[in-house]
Design a protein around this ligand. Structure first.
Ligand code: PEP
Ligand code: MG
Length: 867
């Protein structure tokens, strides 16, 4: 058996892809092969990582020899030897999975240095400061990544030294200071690990490779993968790259740059630069970087190379790129390129511009917008009319506004964020804060730039973030902050505006955001591509109007019970439930009828020309009564006791109500018919009415309900309408043929169908075992959020086939929550449903997801975000 090949040079022509080489590896290989200046190096494949994990931590057979061979080739190219004490070849070791996980795994720079080589490097370069700086960085990163030493231990020593020397920044430290720091770091390393800092370069490399493999499974990477639905078994590649040095003095530096502005999408280079620094200084926010324009002044040649190179890269990838670069003595090197993480607004603008520029097609533009990300544009903003007291400003790192109580650490955010709105306030965030960032409504940091961890991660989550707020100082231990002189603690509420960088004391009124031209244009292109229609779930004329604004093509579900809950109606509804006989019940229903009719008229008018599906009463009646202890008299207590059921969701609800007490549904049908007739008389347009019965499981149920509907409607006059049913029970799916005999349409109620097919209570599962199921990987996704395609989806497929076997023109759609979730929308496209129906705010997202499903079917894939 031949064993797989585990190592590929960047200039290897075999054309292996992202899965094997990871995002960083494939970017380095492609750039090398494009002739972009990239340091030499090689990639150890994700296969090797998977083999390492599968064996419980053994390097796969032959890997070490293979690495040796590629290292020898690298030495040849570099004209230096790894471990040479006089003129050492130094390398970085960088993780890089196939799917972008920014900052989640580890990097070590300057591998190959030791006590002797640091002197060799100093002699060779005539720059002892640089050599010592490189060595102290190696000890810190290696100590952290390989031996798990808390980075703050090293940072504390650095701060102490700076204080002692009166140095404001680390670049103010001298060569001798840094030599002292190396000694301090080595002692710290020995204290922590019980052994000296390893002096053998190959030993350093082997342990670094193992550590990067292991970083795939560190807790923060696991949390990130869960939040982004990334499979746990992909593994990471490891890149071994010849070091280039940004910390060699003022002709050197390091930076990150985007080919367009990642917040707005405006064309033009955008980024940050730190002179005399190594890569991690920019990302970690240790020093606040300069805008790229400064680099144009200080390093004009390298800047020009950068502009030219980035234009080439964007043209090659036909997408906005995010690069890391280093300048060593005026020479530019690119260390990474990936599809840039961007805000939704920037994604839309750059895609629309690129279509204009002839770089991509309209289909490409539609394919590359992330539907979940569109949500960002639909986020609340601060009401422009609100009178706000701006106490500080930071960088506008991720758009949207949020108000919440301050919390100072990720654990507290994760805990309190479950029950209240919290804003995570940090000096700067690190990847360990990920769970707190997920739980918080917004993030505010004192340090770091637009590409700092907080900024990048928040943007990806579509969460408001203000970063680098210099007026803020944080004492996380004492749980206190000072914001421009205001003392704040964990009881105070603040508001942040990630679109402008404003920080405000107290809560602020928020308004829904505006949709811009790019948004309309790309969704217009999407509409031309999709087959699925998109309707909305709306119960009021206001929601219906909002849904129509977002492009809804009708209402797929109007839940009539919400009208029963209104304050002025609930007493009458209770009267109806308390009624001692049919006559009394009919009298109460008579009083409800005009209310329902008025609601339906408003909805029909808002949706003129578009279909409206109205579902008759669904919930168990006890939901309209108060809790037993709040009942106003013995009669009510008695009724509450009589209606009590052990499993109300499987009890007297849905169409069972209409069969037990037909006068309830009759009243609703009458209200619908009268509303439709009134609207037609008023406007001249007949509403497109669809009357829907819930929780049907048997053909006989629908047969009787249809007869009741038709008879009642006939009493009201001439009217066209459809009669259909929710399909939300497994039996209804399996016996869809029997039910289709009496139905004009089916609408899949996948909330109840998930509940009944999986036997998971939709009210309790998430708060109980389901979270654990997801954490333990028993289930990959929450089935109430995204369709369980192989289970519930299979039932749906059966229903479609059996329903159509009886009536080939049976209309079918979905109105469960899944109708607004991209993967489920794609599934419904595949099933051949006619429409999806979702909440108004998700309509744009569903329009896009439906177009992408059609494009995928036609073979157009989205550009994969790299990294
Ligand atoms: C469903 O069950 O999927 C549905 C849409 O109805 P409801 O959520 O009102 O039960
Ligand atoms: Mg239901």
């Amino acid at each position: 058996m031949t064993r797989p090949r585990y190592v590929y040079d960047f200039d290897d022509p075999s054309g292996e892809g992202r899965e094997l080489l990871g995002g960083k590896g494939i970017g380095l290989a492609e750039m090398t092969q494009l002739g972009v200046p990239v340091p030499a190096g090689f990639t150890i494949t994700t296969d090797a990582c998977r083999a390492y994990m599968a064996s419980g931590g053994e390097l796969p057979e032959g890997l070490e020899e293979e690495i040796d061979g590629h290292l020898a080739a690298l030495e040849e190219k570099a004209g230096k030897r790894f471990g040479d004490p006089r003129d050492p070849l130094l390398v970085s070791v960088r993780s890089g999975a196939a799917v972008s996980m920014p900052g989640m795994m580890d990097t070590i720079l300057n591998l190959g240095l030791n006590d002797e080589a640091v002197r060799g490097l100093a002699d060779r370069t005539g720059n002892a400061r640089f050599a010592n700086d490189s060595y102290r960085r190696l000890i810190q990163m290696y100590g952290g990544v390989v031996d798990g030493i808390d980075g703050e231990r090293f940072e504390d020593e650095l701060s102490k030294l700076k204080e002692k020397r009166g140095a404001a920044q680390d670049i103010d430290l001298s060569a001798e200071d840094l030599a002292d720091l190396v000694e301090t770091f080595k002692r710290l390393y020995e204290d922590e690990t019980g052994g000296p800092f390893p002096q053998d370069a190959r030993d350093q490399l082997a342990r670094a490779v193992r550590a990067v493999f292991e970083s795939w499974d560190n807790p923060r990477a696991q949390v990130y993968r869960r939040a982004h639905h990334i499979a746990d078994d992909l593994g990471t590649a490891v890149n071994v790259v010849q070091m280039v040095f940004g910390n060699k003095g003022e002709r050197s530096g390091t930076g990150v740059a985007f080919t367009r502005d990642p917040s707005t999408g405006e064309p033009g280079l955008y980024g940050e630069f730190l002179p005399d620094a190594q890569g991690e200084d920019v990302v970690s926010g240790v020093r606040t970087p300069q805008p790229l324009a400064e680099m144009q002044k200080t390093l004009p040649d390298a800047f020009e190379q950068l502009v030219e190179t980035m234009a080439r890269i964007e043209e090659h990838y036909r997408d906005m790129q995010d690069i890391e670069f280093t300048v060593e003595d005026d020479r530019l090197y690119l260390l990474q390129t990936r599809s840039a993480k961007r805000t939704a607004a920037a994604a839309l603008k750059s895609a629309a511009d690129m279509v204009d520029e002839g770089l991509i097609s309209r289909e490409d533009a539609v394919a590359r917008i992330d539907p979940d990300q569109l949500d960002q544009l639909l986020h609340p903003m601060i009401d422009p009319a609100a009178d706000v007291e701006v106490v500080a400003r930071g960088l506008n790192a991720s758009p949207g506004a949020a108000s919440g109580t301050i919390v100072f650490d990720a654990d507290t955010a994760a805990e309190r964020g479950q029950t209240e709105d919290v804003i995570l306030v940090r000096w700067e965030t690190t990847p360990d804060d990920i769970h707190g960032m997920i739980a918080a409504k917004g993030i505010l940091t004192a340090h770091g730039g637009m590409t700092s961890h907080a900024a990048v991660v928040a943007r990806g989550m579509g969460k408001p973030c203000v970063a680098g707020c210099e007026a803020l100082s944080v004492d996380a231990q004492a749980k206190r902050a000072s914001l421009n002189g205001h003392e704040l603690g964990e009881e105070d509420v603040i508001t942040i505006d990630g679109g402008t960088g404003r920080v405000i004391l107290g809560p602020v009124d928020l308004v829904p955001p505006q949709i811009n031209e790019d948004f309309e244009m790309i969704l217009g292109w999407a509409d031309a591509l999709r087959r699925l229609r998109v309707r909305a779930n709306a119960d009021t004329p206001e929601d219906a109007a909002k849904a129509r604004e977002f492009g809804a093509q009708g209402i797929g579900l109007c839940r009539t019970e919400h009208m029963f809950m209104a304050e002025d109606r609930l007493p009458v509804v209770r009267e109806m439930i308390m009624a001692s006989g049919e006559d009394e019940r009919r009298a109460a229903l008579e009083k409800l009828l005009p209310h329902q009719q008025a609601d339906f008229e408003g909805i029909f008018e808002a949706m003129a020309g578009l279909p409206v599906t109205i579902r008759l009463l669904d919930p168990p009646l006890h939901e309209f009564l108060p809790p037993l202890e709040e009942a106003k008299d013995e009669r009510m207590r008695e009724r509450i006791r009589a209606l009590r059921e052990a499993n109300p969701m499987l009890g007297t609800r849905g169409c069972r109500l209409g069969l037990m007490w037909p006068e309830i549904y009759e009243m609703q049908v009458r209200a619908i018919c009268r509303a439709a007739i009134a609207v037609e008389q008023r406007t001249g347009d007949a509403p497109l009415v669809e009357i829907m019965h819930p929780l049907v499981g048997f053909g006989e149920e629908l047969k009787r309900l249809r007869a009741m509907t038709v008879a009642t409607a006939a009493e009201e006059g001439e009217l066209e309408y459809l009669v259909g049913t929710m399909i939300e029970l497994p039996r209804a799916c399996v016996r869809a043929d029997e039910i289709a005999e009496h139905a004009d349409f089916f609408s899949f109620g996948t909330n109840d169908l998930t509940q009944t097919a999986l036997g998971f209570s939709r009210d309790d599962a998430e708060g109980k075992f389901l979270t654990r199921y997801l954490e333990d990987g028993i289930l990959a996704r929450n089935p109430f959020e995204t369709l369980d395609q192989s289970g519930v989806g299979d039932l749906m497929r059966t229903a479609v086939e059996r329903g159509r076997s009886v009536k080939d023109d049976l209309k079918m759609g979905i109105c469960g929550e899944h109708g607004g979730e991209p993967a489920s929308v794609a599934f419904c496209h595949g099933l051949g449903l006619e429409y999806v129906s979702c909440s108004p705010y998700r309509v744009p997202l569903a329009r896009l997801a439906a177009a992408q499903a059609a494009l995928r079917e036609a073979g157009v894939e989205a550009v994969v975000a790299g990294g």
